[in-house]
Design a binder for this molecule. Sequence first.
Ligand code: UD1
Ligand code: UDP
Length: 379
Amino acid sequence: MKIATILGTRPEIIKMAPIIDEISKRNINQIVLHTGQHYDKEMSDNFFSDLEIQNPDYNIHVGSGTHGKQTGLMMKGIEEVLMDEKPDIVLVQGDTNAVLAGALVASKLHIAIGHVEAGLRSFDMTMPEEVNRRACDVTSTMYFIPTEESAINLLAEGFSHKNLIITGNTVVDACFRHLEIAKKRGFEEESIKKLNIENMENILTLTMHRAENVDDKQRITNIIEALKELNDVDIIFPIHPRTKNTLQKFGLFDELNNLEHVHIIKPLGYLDFLLLTSKSTLILTDSGGLQEEAITLNVPALTLRYNTERPETVTAGGNILVGSDKERIIKYTHKILNDKEFSDKMKNAINPYGQGESAKLTVDAIEDYYKKGLLDIKA
Ligand code: UD1
Ligand code: UDP
C-alpha cells in the first residue's frame, strides 16, 4: 500500500505529523507532498524538525496568491505527482486550499481520498475554509471525524455512516507527545526567552489571522481597541505574516507594537508555542487549532469569531465566542483574570477530541480498508 499525504500550511503539518509518524512506524510506503502555501521558515520548515517527521518528498512551491491562482497551481503540481506515484489513498487535512486542490485532483484520477478532520461545519459559506471542507467531503472515500457532532453534520447531509470513522483529533496526539518534550527542553527562541515570562503574573496568548478579522479594518480596529484597554495583563502575540502585513497596510502596527503590555514576536516553533500556551492564563484567538489545543491543555479560550466549526469546545464550557466585539473581549478577559470560580470552570471543561490515539485509529482504518479492497474506488 502507498499513502500520499498532502499538506501546505502550519496547522496541516502539525496535525498530520502524528499520522505521518504512525505510517512510518508501520513501514507503509508513503510520500509527503508540500504545496508550498506556507514557506517562511517559521511557518513551515521549523515544524518538520520540531515534530520530528520526514521532510516532504515533493514541494510544489505555490507560494502566496489569490485563491484561484493558488488552488490552480496546486492542482497542476499535485496532479503531476499523483500520476507519477499512483498512491492507493491521498490524505488531506482540514480546510485549507490544499484540501480543495488535493480532493479535486485525486477524485478525477479515481484515487481514494481520506479527509482527516472531516465533518466540521461553520455554516458560513463566506469563509473560504467552509467551501474547501464541504467540497472535500463530497469527494472523499474515508472520513476521519473528530467528534460525534461532526459525524452528525455529515449524516444530516446524507453521507453514508459506513465510511465515517470517529477518531478524535490528531492535535491531541501532537499536544500530549510534544508538551512533555517542550517542558524538558524549555524555550528555545530568543524572542520568547527575552520576555522572561516567569516574571509575568498573567499571560494572555493572542493569535489571529482569519481573513474576516484581519483583512477588515473595522474589525481589526475593534480588537486593537480592546487590547489597548487590557493593560492589566501581558499579551504575547506571535504574529501571523498575514496579520503583520494587514496591520502595516492599515497603519495600525506601530501603535500596537508600542504598547508596553503587548509583546509582538515572530511566529513561534511548535514546542515553544505549546510551552507558552500551557503557561497562559487565557488564550485569545481566531485559530481553529488553538481552540482545540486550549481545551486539551485546560486553558480558557476566548474566540475572536461569531461562529465556530468547533462548537463542542463552547458546549463543553472551555471556549467563549467574543467576536470582534470590544466590550465582550474586555468583559470576558477580566472575568477569567479575576473570577477564579469562572476560570476554573472553563479550565475543567472535558476535552471532546479524544485521548491522543487519533493517528493510530486513522491508520488502523486505512489498513483495514486496503485489506478489504475498499480503496479501489473504480471497483
Ligand atoms: C491559510 C489557510 C487558513 C489557515 C491558515 C493557517 C486557506 C484558504 N487559508 O491562511 O485556513 O487557517 O493558513 O495559518 O487555505 N505569508 C507569508 N509567509 C508565509 C505564508 C503566508 O508572508 O509563509 C503571507 C502572505 O502575504 C500571504 C498571507 O500571508 O498572502 C496569507 O497567506 P495564505 O496562505 O494565503 O493564507 P493564510 O492566512 O495563511
Ligand atoms: N502555532 C505555533 N506557533 C505560533 C502560533 C501557532 O506553533 O506562533 C500552532 C498552534 O499550536 C496550532 C497551530 O499553529 O497547533 C494553529 O495554526 P493556525 O492558527 O495558523 O491555523 P488554524 O488552526 O486556524 O487553521
